[in-house]
Write a protein that binds this ligand. Structure first.
Ligand code: PLP
Length: 378
């Protein structure tokens, strides 16, 4: 049975060209990019080309890009690193209640260090409004962290408005753009972002690599100590193969974005249309308008998330419930809870990519209908 993989918000298939590039760099450019001999410099040239491309993709300067091991590390480095370094300016910070655990748990850590954390609640559409953040802002607020697009329900947050508010209040603004990078336009100047997190594996790049944008003049305390690579913000031998692979993925995404967006939105809209029209007791979670074009998250009455997920998997459909990052377990999602939805009903995420087809969407809905019928009539 061919699997239908609709879990692209958890991770994507790497492009073949990405795999080739990684292999080439590992085989032919294996020297340490920090070595000053010619082989080291050859490896470093991949890293610096990638830095230029990552910077161009978000309208930043190459010197403002710090390579990391992915979204989690970028979020930790931004939030913990910024607050520790700037605590003399204030100890109040704000985030949203539907952030990824990489953000929420960084703030949990900061609480133990004496920081006061306010969590802005989203509305029923899964949007954390700028007014809500504004109401929480104080003179001693040193950092606001708000995601660009939510990983579970795909809702797009008002990051430009929040960035502008932060600028007015002289508060640093961090944005977790892990889900939106290469899908929505990101311009760190327009967004007034001081830091922005990206991960490669959500957009057909390799796992275990990403970057943090750090605006010139923003000071962070490093969270990894060692040989002082990446301007001492992220010590450790620079991972040239994965960075080159990420760069290759970005290049392809940038070239093919418009075409991919049209294809994926069409498939996603078809999925939503069929579920809404053919399945009783199904409701879409989160705003339809302010939503990533690859995401559909539905609640289904009368079934539990884990039962639905396993039944779909047995029938060849791979999707998610809750957060993919809570390894193998299905915990009631804090995002669905924040929408005030009944969490005894299944809430599941379908996330599509360019490697999916409309036939797969149709098969998925047919399977879903039959699985739901059986589960509801047990
Ligand atoms: N932030 C968001 C919004 C995510 O969706 C994820 C991964 O699911 C992360 C951060 C963590 O990224 P990584 O898997 O690269 O550590």
């Amino acid at each position: 049975m061919d699997k239908i993989y609709f879990d692209n918000a958890a991770s994507t298939r790497a492009y073949d060209e990405v795999v080739t590039t990684i292999g080439e760099v590992m085989k032919d450019n294996y020297a340490n990019p920090s070595s000053i001999h010619s082989m080291g410099q050859s490896a470093a040239s991949y890293v610096e080309e990638a830095r230029d491309l990552c910077a161009a993709a978000i309208n930043a300067k190459p010197s403002e890009i710090v390579f990391t091991s992915g979204g989690t590390e970028s979020d930790n480095m931004a939030i913990i690193g910024y607050c520790r370094k700037n605590s003399s300016k204030g100890r109040h910070v704000i985030t949203g209640n539907i952030e990824h655990p990489a953000v929420l748990n960084s703030f949990e850590r900061l609480k133990t260090e004496g920081f006061e954390v306010d969590c802005a609640a989203c509305d029923g559409d899964g949007i954390v409004r700028a007014e809500t953040i504004k109401r929480l802002m104080r003179e001693d607020t040193i950092l606001v962290s708000l995601m660009h697009a939510n990983n579970e329900i795909g809702t797009i947050q008002p990051v430009n408005e929040v960035g502008a508010l932060c600028r007015q209040n002289n508060t640093a603004f961090h944005c977790d753009a892990v889900q939106s990078f290469c899908k929505l336009k990101i311009d760190v100047s327009e967004m007034n972002a001081d830091m922005l997190s990206v991960s490669a594996h959500k957009c057909h790049g390799p796992k275990g690599v990403g970057f943090l944008y750090v605006r010139t003049g923003i000071a962070l305390e490093g969270v990894i100590y060692g040989g002082g690579q990446e301007k001492s913000m992220r010590s450790g031998t620079v991972n040239a193969p994965l960075i080159a692979g990420m760069s290759r993925a970005i290049e392809i995404n940038m070239r093919e974005h418009q075409k991919d967006k049209e294809l994926i939105s069409r498939m996603r809209d078809h999925l939503i249309y069929r579920i809404k029209n053919e399945i009783e007791g199904a409701s879409l979670n989160g705003s339809m308008e302010k939503r990533l074009y690859e995401n559909a998250n539905f609640s289904f009455e009368g079934v539990a998330s884990d039962k639905l997920l396993y039944a779909l998997d047995i029938n060849g459909v791979c999707i998610s419930a809750g957060s993919a990052c809570s390894a193998g377990t299905i915990e009631p999602s804090h995002v669905i809870k924040a929408l005030n939805k009944d969490i005894s009903n299944a809430s599941v995420r379908f996330s599509l990519s360019k490697f999916n087809t409309t036939d797969q969407v149709d098969s998925c809905v047919d399977i879903l209908k039959s699985v739901l019928y059986k589960l509801r009539n047990k």
